[in-house]
Write a protein that binds this ligand. Structure first.
Ligand SMILES: [Zn+2]
Length: 465
């Protein structure tokens, strides 16, 4: 005779059903390229001063995630990682040599999280605002000992598990002898729908999608603070990817990696305002995932992290002060200021008075932002060298800027009491925020490799273990 369940047994059953970890069906991984802890907090301080209209006093959309921690990110070759070794760690849970992509230190291919989730029937999205075969996105679909083997990385994308891909361009190398159109033709031949429209990309049914600008003029989308209405952003890309995946992956779920990659470029340029505005776009992209989370709260996992810190950003460096309000005067990125100065150079307008007018208009100098005598002397000296003697360009990893533009931005940063210690990456730990289903498998993240391993465990699988 069957015995009826006792009250205690029923209670135990209820508790275990209600509180057992829910396997995530929808997984988001956001990677801010170069996003250090100070980039996040600096953006919040900047928002409080410059954008008081933003919700929650300008805090990030992910500020209150239940897990807010930091992880180490060294590579197997050095304490200061590059993007490809860090992306390999975040994608596959394996440490590798700087410059390697989806392979271990012995150049053996390592399984990544997108390969693992596709075995479970889940769809995959890989989205970035820089080249779609640049370091971070490539680590989620390719394996190569060189991050700059763009042709091979792209070819691996064609046969990969990625259902929805979006980027600013396909990165090319002259010596490969292929043009943008050739690569697009290859994608079409592989059965991929190549789309140049955000809504069309979102609405493709039953096929893989590659979303790109029609005639990419640049390797990146525009900086957040250079965008005009209608310009595409990483927020738009995230939105299109979510709409596509929410419909196409209804049955088995998805994994979506979104890289806010352009923020690394302006951090390499030590341009604080542009970096903060790029971080705001990352926050707005995560907000899109949070809207999705609200529709599927029990099945959605959201992770926000970074590959490394760029620039050694310091908030305050003297006098126990900060003055973020002064940053409100900056009109666009250091790259756009460079372009304006180049036009100024081409016009043959080389008077100091004209340059002063440009700096007043673009950065508020002498009007909104009072300059110290030594600031003005530095600007004047740089002007003489750059525009009268015609020398001096500033070369950072991705951009060549006018020395005058870089110097002016550096002075504005200092007037806000912000300083950068490097034009490159640092070995600082990076932030990690986690919310949602399966979070209990990610409570012990100390290193970037722990993140994909935790996702795999949440799915009842193993990666690099
Ligand atoms: Zn990076």
């Amino acid at each position: 005779m069957k015995r009826p369940l006792s009250l205690i047994a029923v209670l135990v059953l209820c508790i275990s059903v209600c509180f057992a970890g829910q396997r995530p069906k929808y997984i988001f991984m956001f990677i801010g390229d170069g996003l250090g802890i100070n980039h996040v907090y600096g953006t919040e301080l900047y928002n409080a001063a410059v954008h008081p209209e933003k919700p929650n006093g300008g805090k990030m959309s992910f500020y209150n995630f239940p897990i807010r921690t930091y992880v180490t990110n060294y590579s197997s070759s050095t304490l200061v990682t590059d993007s490809s070794a860090a992306a390999t760690a975040l994608a596959a849970g394996v440490k590798t040599v700087n410059g390697y992509m989806g392979v271990d230190s012995d150049k053996r291919s390592v399984k990544n999280i997108t390969e693992l989730v596709s075995e479970l029937g889940m769809k995959v999205g890989v989205v970035t605002n820089v080249g779609m075969n640049h370091a971070t996105p490539s680590a989620f679909y390719a394996h190569h000992e060189s991050r700059s083997a763009y042709k091979s990385l792209y070819e691996q994308y064609l046969t990969s598990e990625v259902d929805f891909a979006a980027g600013a361009a396909i990165l090319l190398k002259k010596r490969d002898g292929l043009k943008h159109e050739d690569y697009v033709a290859q994608a079409k031949a592989a059965g991929i729908e190549v789309v140049h429209d955000l809504d069309k990309a979102a609405n493709v049914v039953g096929k893989r999608v590659l979303l790109l600008p029609e005639n990419p003029q640049s390797k990146t989308l525009k900086y957040a603070n250079d965008c005009k209405p209608g310009d595409w952003t990483i927020v738009d890309y995230t939105d299109s990817a979510i709409k596509y995946l929410e419909r196409e992956a209804k049955r088995d779920g998805f994994f979506l990696m979104v890289e806010a990659g352009h923020m690394d470029y302006c951090a390499h340029d030590n341009d604080a305002v542009t970096t903060f505005e790029e971080v705001n776009h990352l926050s707005d992209s995560v907000a899109k995932a949070l809207e999705f989370y609200n529709r599927h709260p029990k099945e959605t996992l959201i992770i926000v992290t970074a590959d490394h810190e760029t620039g050694g950003l310091s908030l305050g460096y003297t006098n126990y002060k900060m003055n973020m309000e002064r940053l409100a005067w900056q009109n666009g990125s250091v790259s756009s200021l460079t372009r304006k100065m180049q036009r100024f150079r081409d016009d043959g307008k080389s008077s100091w008075e004209d340059m002063k007018l440009l700096l007043t208009r673009e950065l508020g100098f002498w009007e909104g932002v009072r300059l110290r005598k030594k600031d003005e002397q530095q600007l004047r000296k740089t002007f003489e060298k750059s525009f009268i003697e015609n020398s001096d360009k500033v070369v950072s990893l991705y951009n060549v800027n006018e020395k005058m533009a870089s110097t002016a931005i550096e002075i504005l940063n200092k007037r806000a009491y912000i300083k950068w210690i490097s034009l490159n990456h640092t070995g600082m730990q990076v932030p990690l925020y986690i919310k949602g289903a399966g979070i209990e498998h990610l409570t012990e993240c100390y290193d970037n490799t722990d993140v994909p391993k935790g996702i795999a465990r949440a799915l009842g699988k193993k990666l690099a273990e």
